[in-house]
Design a protein. Sequence first.
Lengths: 122, 108
Amino acid sequence: QVQLQESGPGLVKPSETLSLTCIVSGGSISSGGYYWSWIRQHPGKDLEWIGFMYHDGSTYFNPSLKSRINISMDKSKNQLSLRLSAVTAADTAIYYCARVERGGGNYFFDNWGQGTLVTVSA
Amino acid sequence: DIQMTQSPSSLSASVGDRVTITCRASQSSGTFLNWYQLKPGKAPKLLIYSASSLHYGVPSRFSGRGSGTEFTLTISSLQPEDIATYYCQQSFNPLFLTFGGGTKVEMK
């Protein structure tokens, strides 16, 4: 069973860059067959897909966040990273990493981390 | 983007009740529709994928139906451990995955 664990600072100042990592265990992010994604849940409970990455380096981002996002992989550490620039209070959320399975053209999140809360405040 | 609308936004039911949650898409999503269960402080869980396929390890009291623009998630006999918020998610447009607004299930 794949396990994912997010980590990062719980508090980020407005206009700064949010940086999170996700350590994957029980499976290799380099092996292919799966995408690896970031998702967030806003305080009002809405879920928002941020983007995902494949082991070949290809990335797909939410168009509404695309200009501020960078997702990368460190295959040697088996971890996924997220950087979100120019944050505002609207970026306050629980951030999840998740594995994405693609089956018959359907993309779904079959394994998730527990999430990490990030608050944007001065 | 494809907008997903869930109803109701919350519901209260008793142990053993049959519970049905509806998810409507703003345009056809085929059967590229998935359901998740979220509980505070826990890793979210995939329940149903491709509209009606039960993810392994998920109790058989959960079921999904639908295609096109209307989908349902049914819990045939509500259990205390099913108290959670449930979300649908479409991948008909894989370049812009979107979720429904969530349905909070509480115990009466």
